[in-house]
Design a protein around this ligand. Structure first.
Ligand SMILES: Cc1ncc(C[n+]2csc(CCOP(=O)(O)OP(=O)(O)O)c2C)c(N)n1
Ligand SMILES: [Mg+2]
Length: 398
């Protein structure tokens, strides 16, 4: 099932093939399929069966030639990402991290979309995109410094074209749009992808980004992981229409994809990035998924949602469904799964060791880089803090 008719989704090359900065080259039909039925692009059922739906042929064509090696690689990405995430949750429980935002359940949406990006594309994440970071080649241990409170980010955004985690909800949609407008002005054929959540869709920043992206025909893909919850606010409280349908009002296509289906997430994101590269402007992807864990380690979801909801989504587990597919088609054997288990263990060990060895930051570093040339107020605060620290000198035995 699809959002638009097949005809509407046929890629159309704009003259010159480059993104326009004038907004005059918008050629793609933006209306969703007639009727109010909600559409979902799915290429793998929860049982791991390949879906061949004629209406989704356009998207499916982006993964048509996928090899057994590539499927195993997607599986490995998801398993290692989940393992890393579980390790980080444990480390928080052991007091090694101050906070952790788990991606449990969202592996397919992140790995599928992350693997669709090209090296020269630029990614603007929220704070939960550990799987996308993995795809971009960011060392997972670098994601943990901020959550341990020893740095303000932990990686060079330009090293992997993966921006720093952004906690101000929805703001990165604007950063991504501005960046994409710059890409278009440079005449480059790279694309930009902005990640955000269902809750973020209620932020003005996201609507503003949609509008700017549409008017300037910016090569940006808006990837909304609808994990059904914005902390304790359910999805129904965020919107009266399915989120992907919002795109229509701004003048670009929107697609709802099964976010627990790595193949569909890969295909739809490739489609959206491809059309952005061709100068056809933005697209919104709503990856329909579920946050299996708490919002963060500071949250207790049992206070606002029922266990049976989680159980229903467990049956749609993204990793299990690809495993079933691999096994049914004879694409992976016990040796593969065994080696991956050993690799997961090794990753877990490395993560623990690196985190525990992270040096504490210099206590006064917080006062650095506030102003380029310093500021009297910051100087005063630094002096106060120094006096406060000095008051502990005796009790610390130094
Ligand atoms: C501008 C702003 N308002 C409020 C918050 C507090 N806050 C942190 S996470 C969150 C919910 C975000 O939900 P969603 O966009 O669905 O993303 P998810 O956490 O589910 O991945 C809120 C309101 C914030 N960080 N920034
Ligand atoms: Mg959410």
């Amino acid at each position: 099932m699809t959002v638009e008719s097949t005809a509407a989704r046929k890629p159309r090359r704009s003259a010159g093939g480059k993104a326009s900065t004038t907004g005059t080259k918008r050629t793609t039909r933006t209306t969703a399929k007639k009727g109010s039925e909600t559409q979902l692009v799915q290429l793998l059922t929860p049982e791991g069966k390949r879906v061949k739906n004629a209406a989704d042929a356009e998207y499916a064509s982006y993964v048509d030639g996928i090899t057994a090696d590539e499927l195993r690689a997607l599986y490995r990405d998801m398993v290692l990402t989940r393992r890393f995430d579980a390790e980080a949750t444990s480390l928080q429980r052991q007091g090694e991290l101050g906070l952790w935002a788990s991606l449990l359940g969202q592996e397919a949406a992140q790995i599928g979309s992350g693997r669709a990006t090209r090296e020269d594309d630029y990614v603007f994440p929220t704070y939960r995109e550990h799987g996308v970071a993995w795809c971009r080649g960011v060392d997972p241990t670098n994601l943990l410094g901020m959550f341990r409170g020893v740095n303000n980010g932990g990686w060079d955004p330009n090293g992997n074209n993966f921006h720093l985690y952004t906690i101000v909800i929805g703001s990165q949609a604007l950063h991504a749009t501005g960046y994409a407008m710059g890409v278009a002005k440079d005449g480059a054929d790279s694309a930009v992808i902005a990640y955000f959540g269902d809750g973020a869709s209620s932020q003005g920043d996201v609507s503003e980004a949609f509008n700017f992206a549409a008017v300037y025909n910016a090569p940006v893909v808006f990837f909304c992981q609808n994990n059904q919850w914005a902390i304790s606010e359910s999805n129904e409280k965020q919107t009266r229409v399915p989120l992907y349908q919002r795109a229509q009002g701004f003048g670009f296509p929107g697609v709802r994809v099964d976010g627990n289906d790595v193949l569909a997430s890969l295909a739809v994101t490739r489609w959206a990035l491809d059309r952005a590269r061709r100068g056809e402007g933005p697209a919104l992807i709503e990856a329909f998924t579920y946050r299996m864990g708490a919002h963060t380690t500071s949250d207790d979801p049992s206070r606002y949602r029922h266990d049976d909801e989680r159980a229903a989504w467990e049956a749609k587990d993204p990793i299990l469904r690809l495993r079933r597919h691999l096994e049914a088609d004879g694409h992976a054997d016990e040796a593969f799964f065994g080696e991956l288990e050993a690799e997961s263990e090794a990753l877990g060990r490395r993560v623990r060791e690196v985190v525990r060895a992270m040096p504490d930051p210099d206590r006064f570093a917080v006062f650095e880089n506030v102003y380029a040339d310093g500021h009297a107020l910051v100087d005063e605060e630094r002096a106060q803090f120094a006096a406060y620290q000095a008051s502990f000198a005796d009790s610390e035995g130094v």
